[in-house]
Design a protein around this ligand. Structure first.
Ligand code: 5GP
Ligand code: ZN
Length: 115
């Protein structure tokens, strides 16, 4: 999508610290990290969020946990554990409406998913 921030990152029109890329997915560092490791993993194809997936986007997104596990296995400071989450919609706190999963870790994250 022309004016979507994460589409622009996927197309390399806006700089981001990329840590992984394949034909369907890109992972990059969050600009405002909430933990020592805070990455965003996105499908290259535009999709507003989990509620809007086409079967094609869902097939690409289904690979995200495996990609996350591969990234985590390469990072010593994720050896203690990590979290993979996607906020869907305003009540969930979604602020960028291109499907993305947060990969968080590097410190104990606590047990609460909401506050
Ligand atoms: P959401 O709130 O939609 O679940 O997550 C959006 C995330 O995108 C936030 O954690 C925010 O810090 C991150 N973000 C927003 N703009 C940019 C940007 O321009 N570059 C990068 N790398 N991350 C961004
Ligand atoms: Zn997009």
């Amino acid at each position: 999508m022309k004016d979507c921030l994460f589409c622009k990152i996927a197309r390399k029109e806006i700089p981001a610290a990329l840590v992984y890329e394949d034909d369907q997915l890109v992972a990059f560092k969050d600009i405002s990290p909430q933990a020592p490791v805070h990455l965003l993993i996105i499908p290259k194809a535009h999709c507003a969020g989990l509620a809007d997936m086409t079967p094609e986007v869902a097939a690409a997104a289904a690979r995200i946990p495996l990609v996350a596990a591969g990234i985590a296995a390469d990072q010593d400071n994720l050896a203690g554990g990590w979290r993979l989450i996607s906020n869907c919609g305003l009540d969930a706190g979604q602020t960028v409406f291109h499907l993305h999963f947060h990969l968080l870790g590097g410190r104990p994250l606590g047990g609460k998913l909401c506050q």
